[in-house]
Every structure is written in structure tokens, then in C-alpha cells.
Design a protein around this ligand. Structure first.
Ligand code: COA
Length: 182
């Protein structure tokens, strides 16, 4: 499926503004990923997630399946500064956030929130009723972001799932129910 183009430039406060033909290096535009983004997306994913980054073949196939919900922050000249990926399922109109990151030197400018807000809007538009995600229990920044967007720990045990990704790799599961109104 081809990603529908979405070109929205973020203003200085990180809020969506009008599209512009000249996004400067300090004004990343939020748009749907394209096939040609895959090498840079892989580089970014490795930069942020290192040994737990997606292998190239998996990233490729995630793009093949979920391009509609794979959004990137494009700083121009082929540089991506962040991405979010949501995977959807027709069963229960369910979805999972499978990736979210902003490159280190662009954090705390509202970009992570912009990525999440836009992907949640798209999921809602597409009739998805629930979003879930896993987060490292010590990842305070991500947990605060998700909490501020309405995500809550999924029962039981406050969402805590020991050894979820293998021995010692604990995760917390958070969920958000989507409605058409908010
Ligand atoms: C999580 C991440 C995407 C946030 O991106 P960001 O652009 O820095 O986030 P924003 O500037 O939009 O911040 C949104 C909210 O997140 C929380 N937050 C983000 N960074 C924080 C930090 N270092 N400390 C405390 N809270 C933080 C705050 O609640 C913030 O809202 P506020 O600015 O109104 O206080 C980014 O830190 C990141 O890429 N981390 C590494 C990858 C990662 O952990 N991904 C999530 C995997 S589950």
C-alpha cells in the first residue's frame, strides 16, 4: 500500500503549521514514510535503539504492511529525526505502537508528542478502537508522554510483564481506548 503524502511543518513550538516548500533544518516536517526512507529509517532506528533496533528485513516488511501508520520527521536533505510506527489488526480493531523515537539532540521540543498525536488521529480515523504498547518500566520520559496522552497500565499488575522480551527484559504494557470524539 502506498503511503498517502502528509506534509505538515512544525512551528517553533512544535505545533503543526501550514505546509511549506522550504522546510529548513530547524523545522522538521511530519509526513508519512516513503519507500525511499527505508535506509535512513534503519540508520535512525539503530542510532536510537542500538542492539534492539529492527533488522532491515523486518523494517522493510513492517513498512510493507503498515505504511499508512508509519510517520517520520523529515529535516530535509534525506535526514530523518524521528518516527512512529503503529501496527493494526482487523480483529477487535486493535493496534500496537511498535516504534517511537526522536533523535537525541531534537528531544524535549514536542516532537515525540507530535508523532504520537498524529498517529493516534490516523488510527482513530481508520476506526481502530484500542492502542497498546510496551515500554521499559524505567523509561520515565516515554511513560510520562504516554500517560499525558491518556495511556494507562493494562491490568493486571500495573501492566508489568516480567521477562516479556526474554530473560531480564521486563516491560510495562499500556493501553488507550480510542473514540471518535477525542
Ligand atoms: C520518548 C521520546 C520519543 C520523547 O520524545 P520528545 O520529542 O523528547 O518528547 P516531547 O518533547 O514531545 O515531550 C512530550 C512529553 O514527554 C515527557 N518527557 C519527554 N522527555 C522527558 C524527559 N526527559 N523527562 C521527563 N519527561 C519527559 C513529558 O511529559 C513531555 O511533556 P512536557 O514537555 O509537556 O513536559 C524520546 O525521549 C525518545 O526518542 N527516547 C528514546 C526512544 C524511546 O524510549 N522510545 C519509546 C520506546 S517505548
Amino acid at each position: 500500500m502506498t503511503a498517502e503524502p502528509l506534509e505538515r511543518t512544525l512551528d517553533h513550538d512544535g505545533h503543526p503549521g501550514e505546509p511549506t516548500a522550504f522546510p529548513g533544518p530547524r523545522s522538521p516536517s511530519l509526513r508519512a514514510a516513503r519507500e525511499s526512507d527505508l535506509p535512513e529509517l534503519r540508520r535512525l532506528d539503530e542510532e536510537v535503539f542500538q542492539e534492539v533496533a529492527y533488522p532491515a528485513f523486518l523494517l522493510r516488511q513492517l513498512y510493507d504492511m503498515y505504511a499508512d501508520h508509519l510517520l517520520v520527521l523529515d529535516e530535509g536533505e534525506g535526514r530523518l529525526r524521528g518516527y512512529v510506527l503503529a501496527a493494526t489488526t482487523a480483529v477487535n480493531r486493535d493496534s500496537w505502537i511498535l516504534g517511537l523515537c526522536v533523535t537525541r539532540n531534537r528531544r524535549r521540543h514536542g516532537l515525540g508528542r507530535e508523532l504520537m498525536t498524529e498517529v493516534l488521529a490516523r488510527l482513530r480515523r481508520d476506526g481502530i478502537e484500542q492502542v497498546r504498547l510496551t515500554v521499559e518500566p524505567a523509561n520515565r520520559a516515554a511513560i510520562l508522554l504516554y500517560h499525558s496522552l491518556g495511556f494507562r497500565p493494562e491490568p493486571p499488575d500495573h501492566g508489568l510483564r516480567p521477562d516479556y522480551f526474554g530473560p531480564g527484559q521486563h516491560r510495562q504494557i499500556m493501553y488507550l481506548r480510542l473514540s471518535r470524539n477525542h
